[in-house]
Ligand binder design. Structure first.
Ligand SMILES: [Zn+2]
Length: 187
């Protein structure tokens, strides 16, 4: 017997279409996927294990904090690091290290492989590329396990020498950068 379900993801979501088709009728024997909600659990591993950067002499590490004298907003969060420490992947998927074309900073993009995770991309800045990894060459990473690089010295990247060491983390959902905080630190 076919069952009708309310679309839990919103119209046009590819997860919904895959399981229910366009009219909301589940296929016989379909496993009903459960959307993993950020309020249920923190989905992502903290790459450094550090705390969220608070206010310091050079700014605030929270999402939406003012940047460039208020001209723009901080579109990610800053997580504290110890310079040179190993950083692990926040999620299982495919990773690519590179130097940002406009920023000139070492960074990494990670695409989760689990389609039940609503996150499309995690981007982390100030990650020195591991010596055994080539820039722009994608590789498989395991969340909480695979080394994705080491924490850069921000003083070497054009920032003030005494800025609090950190990585900058962004999370993309639906093509937009959203607040990464609950994914790492819980609701
Ligand atoms: Zn930042």
């Amino acid at each position: 017997m076919a069952l009708k379900f309310k679309n839990p993801w919103g119209k046009g979501n590819r997860e919904f279409d895959k399981w229910f088709g366009i009219n909301g009728t589940a296929l016989e024997g379909a496993v009903i996927p459960i959307k993993r909600n950020i309020t249920d659990v923190s989905l992502l591993f903290n790459p450094s294990g550090g705390a969220l950067r608070g206010q310091d002499a050079y700014g605030n590490g929270h999402f939406g904090a003012p940047r460039s004298g208020g001209a723009r907003k901080h579109m990610g969060i800053d997580i504290l690091t110890i310079v040179g420490q190993d950083l692990v992947s926040p999620v299982t998927g495919k990773a690519v290290n590179y130097i940002g074309s406009s920023s000139g900073k070492p960074m990494i993009d990670i695409t989760p492989s689990d389609s039940a995770i609503e996150i499309e991309k995690v981007r982390i800045l100030y990650v020195n590329i591991p010596s055994e990894i080539n820039a722009w060459s994608p590789y498989t990473v395991i969340g909480g396990k695979t080394l994705i690089g080491t924490a850069a010295n921000l003083g070497d990247l054009g920032y003030p020498k005494d800025i609090t060491p950190h990585i900058h983390v962004q999370v993309m959902i639906g093509g937009k950068w959203v607040d990464p905080t609950p994914y790492f630190f819980g609701p």
